[in-house]
Design a protein around this ligand. Structure first.
Ligand code: AMP
Ligand code: FE
Ligand code: FE
Ligand code: ZN
Length: 295
């Protein structure tokens, strides 16, 4: 038997993806995946639908979430697998983040609308699915539709970039330490998402020495960080090497995933990167807050 193909990081219209949970699972199946996790930002709203789709398609279903978190006031992401979705601390942090994302979304759209006439709130909201966690990808799609930029990625590189002081607005999120604590309290397995990207790798800030960066990862491991998402398109080649060394030093779980957001968003398909079966087994053994549904 060939080894199962495992992708533990996918997004749907319940956050900032552009395909329904069912559609995402169908695309994952078409890409030959056997084990999948839906990890929408700060919400578990898509779980039921995705689980049913996986049962129908014959894929193993892993419940997950991608928490918005912060380091030095900058945005980072923490994946939480097998969390209890009813845990009060987790619900409180996720709700606070989602509420603040709403204010932040409207604030960014208003600032951009001051320069770009067509980008009204009503227009941007026409790209939003009711109830979804709001994010910059929705604004990016509206900018593409208006012809202001050619692609979602182009919007992220300039108008929506975090260093664009004119338009960028941050939003509330728990510190990475608090996010790890909450995922653990909810019985989940905390895995640092794309920990070493060119733009968001706040733990690995360029002004820090290798030793200082190692010390920051060490401190998170002491708090209970279980894994690192090393195989991800946005980690830099040097970052992947460094992360592999850090994972080896602490015997951390290593994952790989696509971070698929739907057709036309990031240039990846489900399965673009995958997680080794032995690593997935370690996640399955550790998580106690919710259950994997095996195919
Ligand atoms: P936000 O959470 O609102 O700050 O928006 C960031 C989100 O946009 C992250 O989840 C990214 O994964 C997502 N995203 C989707 N498409 C892109 C893209 N082409 N470039 C960068 N980020 C993207
Ligand atoms: Fe996203
Ligand atoms: Fe992310
Ligand atoms: Zn993601």
């Amino acid at each position: 038997m060939t080894s199962p193909r495992i992708d533990l990081h996918l997004h749907s219209t319940c956050s900032d993806g552009v395909e329904s949970p069912t559609h995402v699972m169908e695309v994952a199946k078409a890409q030959g995946l056997d084990v999948v996790a839906l990890t929408d930002h700060d919400t578990t709203a898509g779980w039921d639908e995705a689980r049913k789709a996986c049962a129908r398609l014959g894929m193993t279903w892993v419940p997950g979430i991608e928490f918005s978190a912060s380091v030095d006031g900058k945005s980072v992401h923490l994946l939480g697998y097998l969390i209890d979705p009813e845990n009060p601390d987790l619900l409180e942090e996720a709700t606070k983040t989602r509420d603040d994302r709403l204010w932040r979304f409207e604030s960014m759209v208003s600032k951009i609308n001051a320069d770009i006439d067509g980008l009204t709130l009503d227009f941007v909201y026409s790209f939003h699915v009711e109830g979804a966690t709001l994010g910059r990808p929705t604004i990016a799609r509206a900018l593409v539709d208006l012809g202001v930029v050619a692609s979602v990625s182009e919007a992220f590189d300039d108008i929506l970039a975090p260093d664009n002081d004119k338009y960028f607005v941050g939003h509330y999120s728990p510190t990475i330490e608090r996010a790890i604590e909450v995922v653990l309290a909810a019985g989940g397995v905390p895995v640092f998402a794309h920990p070493w990207t060119a733009d968001r790798a706040s733990l690995a800030r360029p002004d820090l020495s290798d030793d200082q960066i190692d010390a920051r990862f060490d401190a998170l491991v002491d708090l209970g960080l279980a894994g690192l998402e090393i195989h991800h398109t946005e980690n830099t080649p040097y970052g992947r090497e460094r992360l592999a060394a850090i994972a080896a030093a602490h015997d951390l779980i290593i994952t790989g995933s696509s971070d698929y957001h739907g057709d036309g968003m990031k240039p990846v398909l489900p399965g673009a990167h995958t997680t080794a079966p032995a690593m997935f087994e370690r996640i399955a053994e550790r998580g106690t807050g919710s259950a994997i549904v095996w195919a």
